[in-house]
Design a binder for this molecule. Structure first.
Ligand SMILES: Nc1ncnc2c1ncn2[C@@H]1O[C@H](COP(=O)(O)OP(=O)(O)OP(=O)(O)O)[C@@H](O)[C@H]1O
Length: 412
């Protein structure tokens, strides 16, 4: 297989990625890629993985790797990628489209996948679709970028990251949530196992007011599990030394007693919203903790919403449908929705995954401003080190056969 059959294509978030990928798979690739038009391909992407999980669930079957005796949904997000790649390889297609293959993978898994794909490139053509230029595999020499839905392939240039906002101060909340406790979360010797498989072992972690944490750990080390304990969504916290906002878990609190103190963002949350809502409706719904705006906002609430839009230099987009925003703008609006009330704790689960360089800059500037200008404690979960973000503390999970151990890796 000649190297000339491998392509890296950098897509801006303005490009309708699915449509572009479907064109290639349906033998309608643009001229430069017409090598693929009479060949059979398969898509390796998060969406393809989700479809696969749906199929396994529907038929109660194990399709990806029968040897594991486990359905794909029972794996962590990183583990799922590895399993699904094995499945793609055994389908023996002429080419594989790798859609943001490195997203959600930890550092070592990225290196492993890189080596594996370089080997694989000797047997099968690869089309790497990426949003971030740093992710391009060095062994792929054909590099192009696409900036809009004309799907025109142009030669690759580095786009400068733009400064978007931050000329003003973060808008203040209507009321401050005052907590007597400075320890927002306290875990003492916390253990979690699933079906007798130990996941977390003797975790000791205290999160205080205003701290900016990054939570790291390899795929499957238990990051999502820890977050679900903090948000009150995981029942494994009962009967353990887990204190959330000054109260021991399982002492008669409601889920709302916990959740009212937390703002949360994960990419999966975007799917919960009707995208036809306008930007202002999306932000205002944060006052009512509703998925959509069903109550009339007060004058003061509207004033705060306007202040946020001004802060973001997005006032002109107020009446725009959320769906028409760029992916980065959508995330910024979702994060604003989560922090309107300046909750004591903000949880950001991989907020930059899938974004292009320009939108990463937009989102990281907002997070950085929240960390610097407010007393909101932040837990930022990411496998990437973002240049614009400087968490004060890093909590690292290290997998062991007896369950992941946790430690503070960095403190400044
Ligand atoms: N409901 C469940 N039943 C059985 N096993 C589970 C369940 N939820 C998670 N696990 C397992 O617990 C381990 C930790 O998963 P978790 O999703 O917390 O890891 P993670 O660090 O967030 O991974 P990633 O970086 O890949 O997202 C994994 O081995 C996963 O397969």
């Amino acid at each position: 297989m000649q190297n000339s059959t491998h392509w890296a294509i950098l897509l801006s978030n303005h490009v309708a990625k699915k449509k572009f990928i479907d064109k290639i798979l349906n033998h309608e690739a643009p001229i430069e890629l017409n090598f693929f038009n009479n060949r059979k391909g398969i898509l390796f992407s998060d969406l393809a993985i989700e479809d696969f999980i749906e199929k396994e669930y529907q038929y109660d079957s194990i399709e990806a790797d029968p040897a594991t005796k486990r359905q794909l949904r029972t794996f962590s997000s990183g583990e799922r990628k590895k399993e699904f790649l094995k499945y793609c390889i055994i389908q023996n297609t002429d080419y594989i489209i790798l859609d943001n293959a490195l997203d959600h993978l930890d550092y070592n898994s990225r290196i492993e996948l890189h080596i594996e794909l370089e080997q694989l490139s000797k047997k099968v053509s690869l089309i790497q679709i990426i949003n971030r230029s740093v992710d391009i595999f060095p062994f792929i020499i054909n590099r192009r970028q696409i900036l809009d839905n004309s799907f025109k392939l142009i030669h690759f240039t580095d786009l400068p990251a733009a400064d978007h906002f931050l000329l003003k101060s973060i808008p203040q909340p209507l009321e401050k949530i005052n907590l007597a406790e400075s320890n927002l979360v306290e875990m003492i010797n916390l253990n979690v196992s699933y079906d007798e498989k130990p996941i977390l072992k003797n975790i000791n972690w205290t999160i205080k007011n205003g701290e900016f944490w990054q939570l790291i750990g390899p795929n499957g080390s238990g990051k999502s599990t820890i977050l679900s304990l903090i948000t009150g969504d995981n029942s494994k916290g009962y009967g353990q030394e887990l204190y959330l906002f000054g109260r021991k878990k399982g002492t008669g609190e409601t889920i709302w007693d916990i959740k009212k103190n937390i703002g949360q963002f994960s990419t999966a949350m975007i799917d919960l919203f009707q995208k036809s809502h306008t930007v202002e409706q999306m932000i205002l719904s944060g006052f009512f903790n509703s998925v959509g705006l069903y109550l009339q906002p007060s004058t003061l609430q509207t004033k705060v919403m306007n202040e946020w839009l001004e802060f973001l230099s997005m006032s002109h987009l107020k009446k725009t449908a959320f769906i028409h925003l760029s992916a980065g703008q959508q995330r910024v609006i979702m994060i604003v929705r989560a922090v309107l009330k300046h909750p004591p704790l903000l949880i950001l689960d991989e907020p930059t995954e899938g974004l292009d360089d320009e939108n990463v800059s937009l989102v990281t500037q907002l997070i950085s401003a929240l960390a610097k200008e407010t007393s909101i404690a932040i837990i930022f979960v990411s496998h990437r080190k973002e240049d614009l973000l400087s968490p004060n503390l890093i909590f690292e999970l290290t997998p062991k056969p007896t369950g992941s151990e946790g430690r503070i890796k960095f403190q400044n």
